[in-house]
Write a protein that binds this ligand. Structure first.
Ligand code: FMN
Length: 185
């Protein structure tokens, strides 16, 4: 048995080379819809997505992303931000949930983009203050994730993943989970 979602999960890669072709608004709206519908703690939905199309702003974002020049190669950059006025939930009573909420939304976005033949690459190496300045974010809005979005100009292999045995346990920590039909690809 195969899952269609798993198929897309396998297909998605971090793309670091893009064609300049514009993205039709219809596709853009589908990937943003995937993010909008993501689950979040207490259904806070603390996100705001900035779609950067302007070339000079995209180029300024390269410096803010520690010189990762492929970021501006794509016709669009999406910046996933958390609005701290909305993000009030905590996980386990101590950990902010907004980075998790944003990560889920961004993952939704990246998977649907991959399904539509669009490339993305989560950019975590950025200077928060520079991004805030370029995008004119208010104090209470923090950038959490950045991704270029465009048609891929490369098709990289999947980097190695740790095995299922290595990353799972049964009932308690480090007790092997032996599945009869596990997918160990
Ligand atoms: C939180 C996070 C931050 C990342 N930051 C960067 C980054 O700044 N630059 C980059 O090229 N890739 C970045 N990546 C992409 C990872 O390198 C990539 O997901 C990983 O190597 C696995 O490759 P894959 O996405 O093709 O499966 C980041 C990924 C995550 C989840």
């Amino acid at each position: 048995m195969e899952s269609k979602v798993l198929e897309v999960i396998r297909k998605r890669r971090s793309i670091r080379a893009y064609r300049p072709d514009p993205i039709p608004d219809e596709l853009l709206s589908i990937v943003l819809e995937a993010a909008r519908l993501a689950p979040s703690a207490r259904n806070d939905q603390p996100w705001h997505f900035i779609v950067v199309k302007d070339k000079s702003i995209r180029e300024a974002m390269v410096e803010a992303c520690r010189g990762q020049s492929f970021v501006a190669e794509a016709p669009v950059i999406i910046v996933g931000c958390a609005d701290l006025r909305i993000a009030r939930s905590h996980i386990g009573g101590f950990m902010d949930s907004y980075p998790v909420d944003l990560a889920i939304a961004f993952d939704h976005l990246m998977l649907v983009a991959a399904e539509l033949g669009l490339g993305t690459c989560w950019i975590g190496a950025f200077n928060e203050n520079k991004v805030k300045e370029i995008l004119r974010l208010p104090k209470c809005v923090r950038p959490v994730g950045i991704t270029p979005l465009g048609f891929p100009a490369e098709s990289p292999q999947m980097p190695p993943r740790r095995s299922l045995d290595e990353v799972t346990s049964l009932n308690f920590y480090s007790n092997p989970l032996k599945l009869k039909t596990s997918d160990r690809r």
